[in-house]
Design a protein around this ligand. Structure first.
Ligand code: CP
Length: 352
């Protein structure tokens, strides 16, 4: 007779194989992404976004298991090339790569030949490509750098945030979270609040929400509102949060980007927070089942009050978990591609 602890281990392995097969079957039955790189939300079609969500669903289930290894990317390598600090994006990509069985490496300015030795970013990317890296995730303070290196190299490039421009994987997890909570995206009413001007989160979010049929309002001081945002992104501009939050399904707060000079564009942080913090009184003006979102890191009492952040309508922690699942799905799709098979593609509603 097999001892109990071994039997439990075998059962766990069997269950894991079933989950593994489920993810593979879902990938076989799916189309491939229409893009090699994810540099902007403009690179992804609504069909690509649905495909990423379909693969995210089983990964989210998989993350509940005690053993989270699923070696879809065994023998592959991913490089996190981060020139700005990060907790959520870098750690979740690194952990996702590790859970998928890939070898993951972190490279930054200080510990590469870019710093003191003066190698260019393009030459560094070519060097990593020559080592047959299978995916590069780049975060950089300059807008356009992921696009620049993606043109030069063979490996897929994921934009982990470029300057004030875009942060597409943040938007993918945000869209997934809204879909999970509301059961739809089309027709949802959302308000994005705060430092729209310096926010790459807002840059991708406005593109992604509009692409998926969400009606978007943006609200913040005039000094933190990009010129022409209404026309470029088809959003409605507000400067008064009490008006902007009326009847919305989603209230999305942004952080004041002090490191990009935003505090010089407002009288004081205290004055700003009086006008733009999402607090309980303001949240009551939204729909009763509205959700509160933030990409993090949150500046409590400036972006969102602690009461709201830790309250029942906040989904900020779930955004982090979903970010992990979405990045597992995205890495699998970009690095592994389609593993063969001719299964019929199902709609998102069918696989749920
Ligand atoms: N949301 C986000 O990009 O957070 P990090 O800067 O911690 O990665």
């Amino acid at each position: 007779m097999i001892p109990r602890n071994y039997r439990e281990m075998f059962d766990e392995l069997n269950r894991k194989n079933e989950e593994f097969e489920k993810i593979l079957a879902r990938m076989k039955g799916a189309d491939e992404l229409s893009t090699k790189d994810v540099l902007s939300m403009d690179d992804l079609t609504p069909k690509d976004i649905e495909l990423i969500f379909r693969i995210t669903l089983p990964f989210k289930e998989f993350l509940k298991r005690p053993d989270k290894k699923i070696p879809l990317l065994k023998g592959k390598s991913t490089i996190q090339f981060f020139f700005e600090t990060s907790t959520r994006t870098r750690v979740s990509f690194e952990l996702a790569g590790k859970h998928l069985g890939a070898d993951t490496i972190n490279v930054g300015k200080a510990d590469s030949s870019i710093g003191e030795k003066g190698e260019t970013l393009n030459d560094t990317a070519l060097t990593l490509d020559a080592m047959r890296a299978d995916c590069i995730i780049l975060r950089h303070s300059r807008a356009g750098t992921p696009q620049m290196i993606a043109k030069e190299i063979q490996a897929p490039v994921i934009n982990g945030g470029d300057g004030w421009h875009e942060h597409p994987t943040q938007t993918l997890l945000d869209l997934y979270t809204i879909y999970e909570k509301k059961g739809r995206l089309k027709g949802i009413e959302a308000v994005i609040v705060g430092d729209i001007l310096h926010s790459r989160v807002a840059g991708s979010l406005m593109r992604g929400l509009k692409k998926m049929g969400v009606r978007v309002r943006v609200c913040g001081p005039a000094t933190l509102m990009p010129c022409g945002v209404e026309k470029v992104f088809g959003v409605k501009v507000y400067h008064n949060l009490d008006e902007a939050i009326q009847g919305v399904d989603v209230a999305y707060a942004l952080r004041i980007q002090a490191e990009r000079g935003a505090t010089g564009e407002i009288p004081t942080v205290r004055e700003y927070s009086k006008q733009y913090v999402i607090n309980e009184r303001r949240l009551k003006l939204a729909k009763p089942d509205a959700i509160v979102m933030h990409a993090g890191p949150v500046i409590r009492e400036v972006d969102i009050t602690t009461q709201v952040l830790e309250g029942p309508q906040s989904v900020v922690q779930e955004q982090v978990t979903n970010g992990f699942a979405v990045r597992l799905a995205l890495l699998s799709l970009l690095v592994m591609g389609k593993p063969g098979g001719d299964g019929k593609q199902k709609t998102l509603a069918e696989v749920k």
